[in-house]
Design a protein around this ligand. Structure first.
Ligand SMILES: Cc1cc2nc3c(=O)[nH]c(=O)nc-3n(C[C@H](O)[C@H](O)[C@H](O)COP(=O)(O)OP(=O)(O)OC[C@H]3O[C@@H](n4cnc5c(N)ncnc54)[C@H](O)[C@@H]3O)c2cc1C
Length: 436
């Protein structure tokens, strides 16, 4: 083997567009070795007895990795797929292919950074460097108008300052060609059985069909932006609220860069399309939680969060939690939303707020349990967005003043629902109202 080879370790950046590590590797090395590692840790059971990754998201991930492989092949490259501990496998591959450096995008949540650290330590032992890139946010960390430690805790202030004093960088270009070393066995996608996950069941009531991968992500983005452009009420921001983009699952796995969405949406806002601006504000929420995780780290995973004590918990919270997870609370709106989540992996932001507020405020169940349930079920699970939003709803976050959040759980009983998933609830005669 001659020339320099760089190993590109794909994690939550499963795309070839706007991908700095891929582009930089093609510029700095003669050969690039793209690798995806299915880490059994992500398919294990959490402290709450729930799966870290449920069937719906597992399928979405498998599809996304398969699509990445196809896209890399179109550029003349190949994706090596392995299953096991990245701290063992990445150094092994690095030695096998005589790579001189490993690139990856820096993660922000505790478990994710612990994995990077383990890989970095193992690489050091063979005298190799793990180079960290920043690439998961809309605004680049280095372009923020404040250091991480001074990022405003208030979303409103964060948004105001960032919009005034910072700019979103342009997208990185897609490499024209990728030379990979000769690979004898690029490795198959693991089966559901190998990952220990039951394949998902397609529920006919789902109103949206997800398919993982950058190809469908870009299609959905263009379809959505076009829809906003042709929206009958271009000045009405509510259009977006009632018709969310559904882009979150692709964004979370990095099949879609936030920058590309931003630049496409900006084309609309320049034409004063309010829905385009709303979409950009939603993306800012994502950045906000990610930067908050960078600032505070582990604190978002503690029951008391930023307060002195955790919210009150009912003595029978275990049983109430079970009822909630099964959509058996007796409150039609809540139960229909949970059935929808269990069946499809997606519910919109309002429903997420409603079911979370109901669990915490009405049922008085520890919010960490609800967050862990979402971690298993959501097709778009992303640590900072999930635990950050849950901490807000539980009233233990660093900025509880924002009035965007679901105002009162008592309202849940008054919410009407015409969801198709209500049928599941009606068919279940054992459901009784468990709140006063
Ligand atoms: C309790 C709770 C848990 C959540 N867990 C997650 C999660 O694990 N992963 C996740 O991506 N989102 C999470 N959200 C945020 C939000 O509900 C989803 O991002 C959104 O519903 C996804 O649908 P969409 O792509 O159609 O969103 P759109 O409304 O079209 O918004 C566009 C994008 O902006 C981002 N966004 C919008 N709202 C938020 C928000 N409140 N916080 C962070 N980002 C936001 C998402 O990337 C989304 O794709 C959670 C919200 C709550 C209340």
């Amino acid at each position: 083997m001659s020339g320099k080879t760089i190993l590109v370790w794909f994690r939550n950046d499963l795309r070839i567009h706007d991908n700095e590590i891929l582009l930089e590797a093609t510029r700095k090395a003669d050969k690039v070795l793209p690798v995806y590692c299915f880490d059994p840790f992500y398919f294990s059971t959490t402290a709450y007895g729930l799966q870290k990754t449920g069937g719906v998201r597992t399928r979405f991930l498998l599809e996304s990795v398969a699509d990445l492989r196809l896209n890399l092949r179109k550029l003349g490259g190949e994706l090596v797929i392995v299953t096991g501990d990245p701290a063992e496998l990445i150094p092994q591959l690095a030695q096998q292919y005589q790579v001189s450096e490993v690139y990856h995008h820096r993660e922000v949540a505790v478990q994710e950074t612990a994995i990077s650290e383990a890989v970095e330590t193992a690489l050091w032992k063979i005298k190799l460097n793990l180079r960290h890139f920043i690439g998961h946010t809309l605004y680049h960390k280095e372009d923020l108008p404040f250091p991480i430690k001074d990022i405003p805790d208030s979303f409103t202030l964060f948004k105001k300052k960032i919009e005034r004093d910072s700019n979103v960088r342009p997208c990185f270009e897609t490499p024209g060609r990728i030379e990979t070393p000769e690979i004898a066995e690029p490795g198959p996608l693991p089966s559901y059985a190998e990952l220990g996950i039951s394949p998902p069941f397609d529920d006919s009531r789902a109103d949206f069909q997800y398919q993982g991968g950058e190809t469908t992500a870009l299609q959905q983005m263009h379809r959505y932006i076009q829809m906003l452009d042709h929206s009958p009420q271009p000045k009405n921001a509510k259009y977006h609220t009632d018709n969310p983009s559904r882009l979150s699952a692709w964004i979370s796995l990095g099949c879609l860069s936030q920058r590309i969405i931003y630049h496409e949406a900006m084309k609309l806002t320049q034409g004063t399309n309010a829905s385009g601006s709303t979409l950009i504000i939603e993306l800012l929420w994502r950045d906000y939680f990610r930067f908050m995780f960078k600032k505070y780290g582990r604190q978002f995973f503690n029951a008391e969060g930023f307060k002195t004590e955790a919210p009150e918990a009912a003595v029978n919270q275990h049983c109430l939690f079970e009822q909630w997870t099964q959509g058996h609370t007796g409150v039609p709106y809540i139960d229909a939303a949970i059935h929808e989540l269990n069946a499809t992996g997606y519910i919109n932001n309002f429903k997420r707020q409603a079911v979370a507020a109901f669990l915490v405020n009405n049922l008085k169940v520890e919010w960490l349990k609800g967050a862990a349930f979402f971690e298993e079920k959501l097709i778009d699970y992303s640590p900072a967005s999930n635990w950050g939003n849950w901490a807000f709803i539980a009233g233990v976050a660093n900025d509880t003043r924002d009035d965007r959040y679901f105002p009162g759980a008592k309202q849940a009983a008054k919410l009407e629902t015409d969801s198709d998933f209500i049928n599941t609830w009606l068919a279940d005669s054992s459901s009784e109202l468990i709140i006063a």
